[in-house]
Ligand binder design. Sequence first.
Ligand SMILES: [Zn+2]
Length: 451
Amino acid sequence: MQHVSRRQLGATVGVLALAVGSIIATNSAAAQGADQAATTADRGSTLQAARPAVPRNRSVVILNGDGMGPAQRTFIQYALYGTVKTQPMDSLPHNGQLRTHSADPAFVTDSGAGATAWATGHKTLNDRVGVDTKGKALRSILEEARAAGKTTALVEDHDVTNATMAAFAAHQKNRDHKVAIARDYLYRTHPDLMFGGGQKIWYPKGTQGPVPGEDPSEGKTNLVKVAKKQGYQYAYNRKTFAKLTGPKALALVRDDGIEYSEEVKGYQKSKDPYYVAEHLLVKKALQIASQNPRGFFMAIDVDEIDDGGHDHDGPLMLKAGRELNRIVTVLRKFQASHPETLIIVTADHETGGMTIEDKADGGAGVAPDDPEPYYDEDHPRNVQIDGKLPVDSGPFKVKNMNRKFTLDWTTAEHSGVAVPVSAIGPNAASLEGIHDNTYVYKVMRRTLFGS
Ligand SMILES: [Zn+2]
């Protein structure tokens, strides 16, 4: 459950030594699976007859607004869109809720267990990614998609080895073992497209990657070199990113650019050649992935909404929410011309125990920020001083209206409330109602493979 920020996290990086034998076995099994899927799709074998037929180009995109509970969504709606116009994520036609609890003994989930439930259909312990409660690897929807010859993609605003991404494409007991997660990507699960930040994980200690102003490298070997050898195109800024054509590509650009712009004085992300807005990462990933006639699977994470929750930082949440809505707009436009694509927009959990209050309730003498977030040294604006409302908790103006509201918080951690899920495309209607988060796996699987 504990959230560790890029700037707090030291060099707690573990490296998993992978047995070469198992790497080869995994690779050839995946390749074989792809061949079988191709044969099956082409001639319609008994295997296919056993499953309800689905179009060969069926695709799934799951977009995680990390930490985006009902209050976060409502906050973004009011502050950025007002009371009349509906924000893109709320305009999707099918809506429901997901319960998010992780496996015993913890109850409130972290991002690792939350995304593992989607990726594998199994509950696991917090801090685990792509493994069960005993630590055994669980085959993920991304691996199944790859075995069927589909393109697979990870897109992230934070490091691409982040827990949400890792749940789909790694098998680790500890989400903080990021170098081992990157190695899993390259040697075990082979996502075709990996777009995000976190170059420090991919470069060895002492070798700083090309993106300036990032934390020192933590890796053991040069995994960028390994990726290139494996046929991945590599990008690290706007120029190199614009040149990516696929079918395999690794982009390690500015990590957490929106939060970086809040923390680094004088920094403007619009002028940073190493910052690529996440909706542009998504656009490129769709362009490349949609060239595959067998379709694709794509997982996207907007982690900075979760950062805003942990930090009790309303303005950061709004900036991330604006970007998330841009991504939804890109996805929706794509879906209109690629109707075989299921788009799911949801959250792994809520963060901050956040709620929305009338401005009159949030003034002096009321505790609007209880307890204070643990990032207060970096974020003095979100701490309550002399009983006054912290600056980052409001008041916020309702867009196009002369009315204001404030935010209140119950925790600096995640909470256990159910989260909204919205969808469009094949099987989207089956996400209506209230379901467990493991149900998302079933819907994605049925969409891609028929069962
Ligand atoms: Zn999360």
